[in-house]
Design a protein around this ligand. Structure first.
Ligand code: ADP
Ligand code: MG
Ligand code: MG
Length: 898
């Protein structure tokens, strides 16, 4: 087994396909070497060695790879004509980490490794550049001290121990920039740095180059299990057995003087996607100087430089004298770099993010990778590369990360304003977008300010209206599938949920974070994409729905075979979803319509009355309202199917819990307050999720089903009279047995028949059911005998298959995920292994009796790309998701079909 892969001098043992073994950086260094791009020679120790290291420990692994590493070093020495650790003609190397995917902040690089008190003199003599040699040495001690020897700040208030020494010297010498240090200063720094290391660690700084090398290699391996890396891995669900590779590479020096420098560049604009080569560089600099922000970096292209000067308000003469572009300053190098960026983009067929260094007029490329980009850039680059003939239609579609489309669908903060923002706490990024407003603590006060942020410990269905009015929603409790989160996503409203650091006091109307108190009316801002809670106002900008976005959606329709419907409870949502390309409604929750002020009263009267007659009277009031709602929704979806679910939640959710409202209701109904109260107590359930809800309501109170069926059918007939086609699909919730379905189906069909006779007209409609109780999935063949369609309600199905109450799962799910008991939240990503079997079985059993049975899914999972792919593989006819996720599901559906 090979554990060390060499590259350099236009050859390489590896290539870009070997990312799992060589890490992204190592694989691309090998590839660049193969295609003739000048990369400093080096070698990659594989990710497998990292795993071996974790099993066998340092000594065993070092012994095992020493022969291979020594040979590889010899190879570098031959190419570079210098010798590692040599006192006359020294070779220095960098030691760089590199996992399969780039993991920011995982591991810092060590540059200039191989220096000691003697070698530094050799380097100075050989190059004739004493300043450069000592600058490299002080950088090396600093980086090695930090990364390998643990010379970190002692507490979070302290600054880096080496920076502290440098700051003190700058102060003493009355200078500002590192470049102003004299050779003597640099020598002093080296001395003081080593002294600080000795004091802090009790050991001398290692002088033997091989000791230094192994120290750095092991530090890279260790960093794979460091806190930052573990956190990042968990966040993205990367397994811990991937490991990291280690790249050891000959140093090239950007700090050799005015003919040297270093920079980073992108083949296209990562923010907008514009096809414009761009980047930054610094003369006489090394490594991360460009991004460190201590000196103002210069632009690579002339056009970029002119644009920059405009923004920075720098006059043209000043620009030319002090901040010229690389294109202007070093045209030959620029042209060469420009050739390489073109070549690399064509080769990888994707936007590249590159690092380069020029040493005394010679250009070296140190890294290339597919560049990270915004959602807007992602779409634009994919479409433009398609038009340029660089990639195929399928490739363009596969370039789109479905979830990133979210960014294109919500207003966003101005990135410039965000940089200055004061983040006071963080919660879960429950629903993306940007919201700025004044704090309110009660839903019914959301309209108090023009822009308000509803701050709640948690929200309930009663808060719906207020949530709709507020610009954003912030909760202290609840996860990604909490009420607040689900509703907010449905509304396309920014929401940060589960921000545990918030202490909310409803009585005093205060929000306390970290000892700082905010009051009602104070301005805060929420970043729904990061979960950040920001003090004060942050400026927003409207998202640009560029032409390419529409184009790529159209392209997705060419390949997608599974349809995408939407979950919508109002004509407004239906219209939005349709404009995003929804092909119907997969779920209309009728109960949401009952929460509006004038309706909830009639609803409550219905619930509180003891007699069928009383209930019917109240239902008669609700009928015209429901019919109007359905007319609106059917009209917005004219010609497309609309699935309407009959009343589902436990009735207790509709009754008033505040005394004042209870009194009001008692008066209106001409009954005593006591009677109201006792009825409400009667409705309380030990476990409402498994209680009197779903079809159980329609079975105990058939008149409810009757009213709803009538409203649906009448609405459809009214539209027909106006020449508009409505296609209702009536859906019975929470079926566990076929008899339950038959009871409801009977009422629906009989009611429809009655209405047809009354009107002397008819329409086509379907009667189907949700499959959301495991027993329904198990007996799906029986249910399919009668049902026209199935829709998997995967929220409840997940809840019941796992036996996790969705409303209580916030207490243990995060811990489950932290401990690795669950990989992801099953309410967010469909559990294919378990719940997925029920979906598969239900579909198969259903189609075993009705081969053309229409099957869809209407849980939150319908807009989650992995779950969409699963639905496609299971053969579903459609997925249904909230309006703002329709484009995401469309792309995911196309990708599944490719
Ligand atoms: P990261 O993964 O954080 O970008 P890198 O390993 O790419 O870390 O290196 C950090 C910096 O050091 C980059 O600017 C890189 O170009 C520079 N660098 C790395 N190796 C060398 C080298 N052999 N010669 C010159 N500069 C190098
Ligand atoms: Mg890098
Ligand atoms: Mg349900």
């Amino acid at each position: 087994k090979t554990r060390v892969y060499k590259f350099g001098n236009k050859t390489a043992d590896g290539n870009s396909k070997m990312k799992n073994l060589l890490g992204g950086k190592g694989a691309n260094l090998a590839e660049m070497s193969l295609i003739g791009i000048p990369v400093p020679p080096g070698f990659t120790i594989t990710t497998e060695v990292c795993t071996e290291y974790n099993l066998l420990g340092q000594e065993a692994v070092v012994n095992m790879i020493t022969p291979e590493v020594e040979k590889a070093i010899e190879n570098i020495e031959n190419i570079m004509g210098a010798k590692f650790g040599d006192k006359e003609n020294p070779l220095l190397v960098s030691v760089r980490s590199g996992a399969r995917v780039s993991m920011p902040g995982m591991m810092d690089t060590v540059l200039n490794l191989g220096l000691n008190d003697e070698v530094v003199i050799g380097l100075a003599n050989r190059t004739g550049n004493e300043r450069f040699a000592w600058d490299s040495y002080r950088r090396f001690i600093q980086m090695y001290g930090d990364v390998v020897l643990g010379m970190k700040p002692e507490s979070k208030e302290d600054i880096d121990p080496f920076e502290e020494i440098m700051e003190a010297l700058k102060h003493k010498r009355n200078i500002e920039l590192d470049t102003q240090f004299t050779v003597q200063d640099l020598k002093d720094l080296v001395y003081d740095f080593k002294d600080a290391v000795k004091k802090r660690t009790g050991h001398d700084f290692p002088t033997n180059p091989y000791d230094q090398l192994w120290g750095a290699v092991v530090a890279v391996f260790n960093s794979w299990n460091g806190d930052r890396a573990v956190y990042y891995r968990n966040m993205h669900g990367y397994p811990s057995d991937w490991g990291t590779a280690v790249n050891v590479q000959a140093m090239v020096y950007g700090n050799m003087g005015d003919n040297s420098g270093t920079g980073v560049c992108f083949t296209r604009d990562a923010g907008t996607g514009e096809n414009l080569f761009n980047g930054e560089y610094l003369i006489n600099a090394q490594g991360e100087d460009v991004v460190a922000g201590t000196r103002t970096p210069q632009q690579i292209t002339k056009i970029g430089s002119i644009r920059w000067a405009e923004l920075a308000k720098v006059e043209e003469d000043d620009r030319l004298a002090n901040y010229p572009s690389l294109e202007e300053l070093m045209p030959t190098i620029y042209n060469e770099l420009n050739d390489y960026q073109e070549k690399l983009e064509k080769h990888y067929k994707d936007m590249q993010d590159m690092e380069f260094t020029m040493q005394d007029g010679k250009l070296w490329i140190l890294q290339t990778r597919n560049g990270k980009r915004t959602g807007a850039a992602m779409v634009k680059i994919a479409m433009e590369m398609l038009k340029e003939g660089l990639i195929t239609e399928k490739e363009a579609l596969l370039r789109v990360e479905p979830n990133k489309l979210d960014e294109l669908l919500h207003p966003v903060f101005d990135p410039k304003a965000l940089k200055k923002a004061n983040v006071i706490a963080q919660g879960l990024p429950a629903s993306p977008g940007a919201a700025t407003g004044q704090i309110v603590f009660f839903a019914d006060e959301a309209a108090k300010y023009k822009s308000s942020i509803l701050v709640r410990i948690e929200t309930s269905p009663e808060d719906l209206e207020g949530m709709n009015i507020a610009k954003g929603i912030l909760t202290a409790r609840g996860g990604m599938t909490s009420h607040a989160a689900v509703v907010a996503r449905g509304m396309g409203k920014c929401c940060v949920s589960g921000a545990g650091a918030l202490k909310i006091n409803y009585k005093n109307r205060t929000l306390t974070v970290d000892g700082h108190e905010y009051q009602e009316g104070d301005w805060i801002s929420l970043n729904g994409s990061t979960g950040n809670i920001i003090e004060g106002k942050v400026a927003t900008i409207e998202p640009e729905l560029s032409g390419e976005f529409a184009e790529i959606m159209e392209l997705s329709d060419k390949y997608a075979t599974m349809a995408v419907r939407t979950n919508a409870d109002s004509p407004k949502d239906a219209k939005i979803a349709r404009s995003f390309g929804a092909q119907g409604i997969g779920l209309t929750r009728t109960e949401h319509m009952f929460f509006e002020v004038d309706r909830i009263k009639a609803m409550r009267e219905m619930i509180l009355s003891d007699t069928v007659k009383g209930r019917k009277q109240a239902l008669d009031q609700l009928l015209p309202m429901q019919r109007d709602d359905f007319e609106g929704i059917f009209e917005a979806m004219a010609g497309l199917p609309v699935t309407v679910r009959l009343l589902d939640p436990p009735l207790h959710e509709f009754v008033p819990h505040a005394l004042a409202q209870q009194k009001e209701l008692a008066e209106e109904m001409h009954i005593s307050l006591e009677a109201v109260k006792s009825k409400i107590v009667e409705l309380e359930e030990f476990n409402p999720m498994l209680g009197h809800r779903g079809c159980r309501l329609g079975i105990t109170y058939p008149e409810i089903t009757e009213m709803q069926a009538r409203a649906i059918i009448e609405a459809a007939l009214n539209l027909k009279a106006r020449g508009i086609e409505a296609k209702p699909e009536i859906m019975v919730p929470l079926i566990g047995t076929i008899a339950e379905f038959e009871s409801q189906e009977g009422i629906i069909r009989a009611t429809a028949q009655k209405v047809f006779e009354e009107r002397n007209d008819s329409i086509e409609f379907l009667v189907g059911t949700m499959i959301e109780i495991p027993r329904a999935a198990l007996t799906a063949n029986l249910i399919a005998e009668k049902a026209d369609f199935f829709s998997f309600g995967t929220n409840d199905l997940t809840q019941m298959a796992f036996g996790y109450s969705r409303d209580d799962a916030g207490k243990f799910l995060p811990i489950y995920i932290e401990k690795g008991i669950l990989k992801v939240d099953p309410f967010e990503v469909l559990d294919q292994e378990g719940v997925g079997q029920l979906v598969q079985m239900g579909t198969e059993k259903g189609r075993s009796v009705k081969p053309n049975l229409k099957v869809g899914i209407c849980g939150e999972h319908g807009g989650e790309p992995n779950s969409v792919e699963f639905c496609f593989n299971t053969g579903l006819n459609y997925v249904s998701c909230s309006p703002y996720r329709v484009p995401i599901a469309r792309i995911a559906s196309a990708q599944a079909a490719i």
